[in-house]
Ligand binder design. Structure first.
Ligand SMILES: [Zn+2]
Length: 141
């Protein structure tokens, strides 16, 4: 119960009370994740750690302990972009050290998501059913 003294005295003044839960909410995930990221239970047979290498200096390595994979039939590793200690570049490009690991840059997924959003016929459930129809072709990576 809110005591009347805490409300604006003029009833037409709009007010809002902060919601503790909303204020404490962690930052939102990128919108594409729910469509394109393979759920954890479907990643059991996939590598648990993916080592990636900076494409620029080719010496800096980074172990991704929480690799994200696409929902595709042949899952692709979704690249991370950690800072490179050698290059000191913000948007360093990386690739998996193991050349057999197929990968995709998250910017492709984000772009794809934006295109789908503009399409009124787009049904999100369909991506989950037929992931390969929706993914950017391998030529785009
Ligand atoms: Zn580097």
């Amino acid at each position: 119960m809110v005591s009347p003294a805490t409300l604006p005295s003029w009833s037409q003044v709009k007010y809002i009370r902060p919601d503790r839960k909303l204020l404490a909410a962690p930052p939102r995930k990128p919108e594409w994740e729910e469509f394109f990221v393979r759920p954890a239970q479907d990643c059991i047979n996939l590598p648990k750690i993916v080592r990636i290498v900076c494409r620029r200096c080719r010496s800096q390595k980074f172990d991704d302990h929480k690799p994200r994979w696409t929902r595709q039939i042949t899952p692709r590793y979704i690249l991370r972009r950690p800072g490179c200690g050698n290059c000191h570049q913000k948007n360093t490009n990386w690739r998996p050290e193991d050349p057999s690991v197929m990968f995709i840059d998250p910017s492709h997924l984000s772009r794809k998501r934006s295109c789908l959003k503009e399409n009124p016929a787009f049904d999100p459930a369909d991506v989950i059913q037929h992931p390969d129809w929706y993914f950017p072709g391998s030529s785009e990576t």
